[in-house]
Design a protein around this ligand. Structure first.
Ligand SMILES: CC(C)CCC[C@@H](C)[C@H]1CC[C@H]2[C@@H]3CC=C4C[C@@H](O)CC[C@]4(C)[C@H]3CC[C@]12C
Length: 961
């Protein structure tokens, strides 16, 4: 129950959200609020007011999205609204994209829908939504009703204006009533608890949140609470199964009774012709082994109807012992009270909710269902005698009952089996991980010992020595780190390759960079990127059997494994002490922690922020810096290369399908880091801002530039001897009231120069749920298609709820030139990708572990921690490099006030620059990328060349900060 604090009124009233700026419009097939960015451009209060006024005048009534009001502070709504039903059109994205007519029924604030009333009455319910917990936005002009129900977003459309206003009215009443019940409790009877199939939502306390919806106090599913979550999840699933099995048992008892009755009651034989029996009856009879009697007329089959004659002729049924009670009025089929069916519905999480297609027939406490259409199985009364009719209809009813009940039992049992299988899988997985843990630990310990033996950990100067080597070997002396980060990435490939190489002289093993791929002679004569001699001497191939091992052990895990073998706490302390002492370099030369944890941001309410800015295009909303993480979108693009070794590996494989498998793993791996990053948004780069990242350990260098401001577009390009990678990121943001969707436009490209393969793929939709309340969480969904000539790969990211077993699931296949699947892929974008069929599947990629205390450090991965670090090559950077951006740096250092002030300043300067350009009629030209005819952005190749010649110093840059 909500506490008085949490019951604070959702300051909703009638809220208007304007559709995005002129570049994107929200159409029917589109979203509620649609903008091109979630940029944080500050607009002064005055301006804001003016804009809102202007827009209000401009927009005609009804053409805007309105958010449905919720229960106000202290408000009550005790009048239970009547159930309401009817057809609406529901938008479907996949499969069969388009608007589909669906039947909706709302009772006591719970909305269910299905194909039609008959289906609903049979329990075929496609979805159940708790209206009290959802955010509903409506748009009169298009008769649209969008319901953000946390797990799913429903886009609905009414056929007529009348239907629209009826629905809006009804939904409002039901919503208020439901919120009243959720807030103040009820004695109205058993409350409906929405459940999600077998995985019911755990009964955590519900809290009335600021967005006018109610939410559950959820915790993120990571860290130590993962286990309790897991148990919680299991428990509710098991409870559900218990209920199901109890109901199945009941139904089975009834079935047995019914069968006994059919068999043992007094027998009325009706000579039945073939026509009198519907094929279904025959089928059902056969299916359920009902008695057949040989006809006197040779081959034809007679049906022996067994029924108690004395009871049947009375016309009214008072037989309380009957497993199913139904009126036995001759020749008619009247509504029966399906107690057993009700039980089934309960099992299907649809209790205490009447489901009748006629609103008047809906009773709030009992479940009265209309008889299914099976009545049509009866022969026409005219053709039969009275007794025949009675017997037949009674028989039919009994058989119908039997069949209906048997089908229900079957469904329940199927559900049970499914539930149990899921549970078994979960348990098996957990046990497997457990079982492997000791083995992994000892393995890791051994490896650690080997590392200790072969490296002198005290001698950190060897890092400099490596840099020297690097310079001597023709590098430009970028002065960047040459040692591999022990701290991140635990792909299936990396670990084994690092550890398996023992064939080098001991002195060369010191802090050897991780290169897990064959290195071809560098063709890059620009120098800035040439690997050093030592690296080049290192030509290793991966042992074939290593991928499995690699999937279970990694550098990251190694580090953690060693920690856990000693004192975890001690290690953590040591780590934080190191951080406090400013020594965050770890063993690799790169930092292993951010300078300070994320500053506390209590009191910051995104809802207040958005509601204060209602009516504005989202890209105009001033987002406080406290919402940000100390990285920007350019750096987030670089993060997609965290598992670049998969590209290196792809380049070394001869089989084109296997190559595609690695590319697929790479595409999936780009999403791994998003799991822990729902809390904050990256900085929006200023126009002209750049970011470079040289990863000699990983063998690539990366460059990104913000090439457009309206709409925001970031272009990037990375190169290595094994691959080139480029993309331009432009994201369409849709705001749904409770969640936000990010739909990236444009494609990712990877070129493997050795094989000539050019892979192109799209990105799936990222959705942040629970924007304003509870715990924000991220989902990825949609289809990701990779093409490379005629070989393709299709990966489906499942849209799933926070609690569902399908969470984070990715499945797909590689298809050959004829479109035939040749490799099966499955896994989770947050964890790993496998190729093949379980249990013999191979692990292709596995996500690295998160660093200790990551929750306090923006959920950053080890790789992310390193991205904004200023290295010794600081003086070589152009002044536009993100790492020199002062507001982001201030945030990284925990100085929120400075960060906020600076951010406002920088944004205002950016507006000034734009104004100036407009006045002078100058079109902005990005410096390192140029737009091609097909609207993609191409790297012009000049950045690294300029950098090598210390050329940035000679260039004129508009100063961004
Ligand atoms: C309101 C705020 C605090 C919620 C947090 C929103 C986060 C999860 C959003 C804000 C900006 C978003 C990013 C914007 C741009 C891109 C580039 C694209 O090619 C992939 C998705 C990606 C990387 C988005 C991922 C999700 C994202 C990071």
């Amino acid at each position: 129950m909500a506490t008085s604090d949490n019951r604070k009124s959702p300051q909703l009233g009638k809220i208007k959200l304007k559709i995005g700026n002129s570049t994107v419009t929200a159409s029917d097939s589109d979203a509620s609020v649609d903008t091109n960015s979630l940029s944080a451009e500050s607009v002064t209060e005055q301006n804001q007011q003016r804009n809102v006024e202007k827009r209000r005048k401009k927009n005609r009534r009804g053409s805007e999205w309105e958010i449905m009001a919720g229960l106000k502070d202290g408000q009550r709504f005790e009048n239970k609204p009547n159930p309401f039903n009817g057809y609406l059109h529901k938008k479907r994205k996949w499969p069969l994209k388009g608007w589909h007519k669906r039947y909706f029924l709302i009772d006591k604030g719970v909305l269910v829908y299905g194909k039609g009333p008959t289906e609903i009455s049979k329990g075929k319910i496609h979805g159940t939504l708790d209206i009290g917990l959802s955010v509903i936005s409506t748009k009169q002009k298009r008769r649209r009703i969008d319901i953000d129900a946390e797990e799913f977003i429903y886009h609905l459309k009414a056929k007529s204006d009348e239907a629209f206003s009826n629905w809006v009215q009804q939904l409002t009443a039901h919503r208020l009533f439901r919120q009243h019940i959720l807030t103040y409790g009820t004695n109205v009877g058993a409350l409906f608890k929405p459940t999600d199939g077998l995985h019911s939502i755990p009964r955590t306390p519900e809290i009335l949140s600021r967005d006018g919806s109610l939410t559950r106090g959820l915790q993120p599913p990571n860290g130590s609470i993962r286990l309790s979550l897991w148990i919680h999840e299991s428990l509710s699933a098991l409870e559900q199964q218990q209920r199901e099995s109890a109901s199945a048992e009941q139904s089975l008892t009834k079935l047995t009774k019914l069968l006994q009755q059919i068999e043992s009651n007094s027998i009325v034989v009706v000579e039945s012709t073939g026509e009198a029996q519907s094929p279904n009856v025959k089928k059902d009879r056969r299916k359920f082994g009902l008695k057949k009697k040989k006809s006197s007329k040779g081959g034809s089959v007679d049906l022996t109807i067994q029924f108690s004659g004395n009871k049947s002729t009375t016309g009214t049924d008072t037989d309380n012992t009957s497993p199913l009670s139904y009126p036995r009025t001759p020749g008619t089929h009247i509504l029966r009270s399906y107690h057993s069916t009700t039980a089934l519905f309960k099992a299907n999480s649809f209790s205490a909710l009447s489901c009748s297609p006629q609103p008047n027939a809906v009773s709030s406490t009992t479940s009265t269902l209309p008889i299914p259409t099976a009545a049509s199985n009866a022969p026409t009364p005219d053709s039969l005698s009275n007794v025949d009719v009675i017997s037949l209809s009674a028989d039919n009813q009994m058989r119908e009952d039997f069949v209906t009940l048997a089908k229900s039992v079957l469904t329940t049992l199927k559900n049970l089996t499914f539930g149990l299988t899921t549970e078994r899988e979960r348990l098996k997985n957990a046990l497997e991980v457990e079982a492997q843990a000791p083995a992994n630990n000892s393995d890791l310990r051994n490896r650690l010992v080997r590392i200790h033996e072969t490296s002198d950990l005290e001698d950190l100067s060897s890092l400099d020595h490596l840099s020297e080597n690097h310079r001597a070997a023709g590098g430009t002396g970028t002065g960047t780190y040459t040692a591999a980060s022990l701290s991140y990435s635990s792909s299936c490939v990396s670990a084994t390759e690092f550890f398996d190489a023992e064939d080098l002289p001991a002195n060369e093993k010191k802090h050897r960079p991780r290169h897990n791929h064959k290195r071809a002679e560098p063709t890059d004569d620009e120098g800035g990127y040439r690997p050093n001699a030592e690296e080049e001497s290192e030509v290793r191939t991966r042992s074939e059997s290593s991928s499995e091992a690699g999937s279970l052990s990694s550098e990251a895990e190694l580090e953690e494994g060693s920690i856990s073998s000693e004192s975890e706490l001690g290690a953590e302390l040591a780590n934080s002490e190191r951080a406090e002492l400013g020594d965050t370099s770890g063993l690799t030369g790169r930092r292993t922690a951010l300078p300070v944890p994320r500053p506390p941001t209590e009191g910051l309410s995104l809802w207040n922020l958005l509601s204060r800015n209602i009516g504005k295009d989202l890209s105009q909303i001033s987002m406080p810096v406290a919402l940000n993480e100390p990285l920007n979108v350019l750096q987030r693009l670089c993060e997609e290369l965290e598992y670049s070794e998969l590209l290196d590996k792809a380049a070394s494989i001869d089989d084109p399908y296997e190559r595609m498998v690695e590319i697929a793993a790479f595409a999936v791996s780009a999403y791994a880091s998003t799991l822990s990053r729902a809390g904050n948004k990256p900085f929006n780069p200023l126009l002209g801002e750049t970011y470079e990242c040289i990863r000699e350990d990983k063998g690539f260098r990366f460059l990104a530039e913000q090439v457009s401001h309206h709409p925001p577009i970031s272009a990037c390009y990375a190169e290595s001897t094994n691959f080139t990678f480029w993309q331009d990121a432009r994201v369409k943001t849709k705001f749904w009231g409770k969640s936000m969707e990010f739909q990236p436009l444009g494609n990712v490209h990877v070129l493997l120069p050795k094989t000539g393969d050019h892979y192109v793929w799209n990105k799936v939709t990222t959705c942040v749920h629970n924007l304003f309340s509870g715990q924000r969480w991220v989902d990825q969904y949609g289809e990701l298609r990779i093409t490379n000539g005629r070989i393709t790969c299709k990966l489906t990211f499942a849209k799933a709820s926070y609690w569902s077993a399908k969470r984070h699931e990715v499945v797909g296949a590689v298809y050959d030139e004829n479109g035939q699947p040749v490799r099966r892929l499955f896994g989770k974008w947050s964890e790993s990708l496998y190729c093949g069929v379980a249990p013999s599947a191979r692990c292709i990629w596995r996500a690295g572990t998160l660093p200790p205390n990551h929750e306090r450090y923006y959920g950053f991965t080890r790789f992310a921690i390193e991205l904004n670090e200023l290295g010794p090559d600081q003086q070589l950077l152009p002044p536009t490099d993100t790492r020199l951006r002062p507001d982001q740096r201030a945030l990284e250092e925990g100085d929120l006030n400075t960060a906020e002030t600076l951010k406002l300043q920088l944004e205002s300067m950016q507006r000034e620059r734009r104004k100036r350009r407009e006045e002078l009629k100058i079109t902005y030209q990005p410096r390192w990328f140029s737009s091609t005819a097909d609207e993609t952005w191409e790297y012009n190749g000049k950045y690294w060349e300029t950098r090598r010649n210390s050329g940035f110093a000679n260039l004129q840059f508009e100063s961004l900060w």
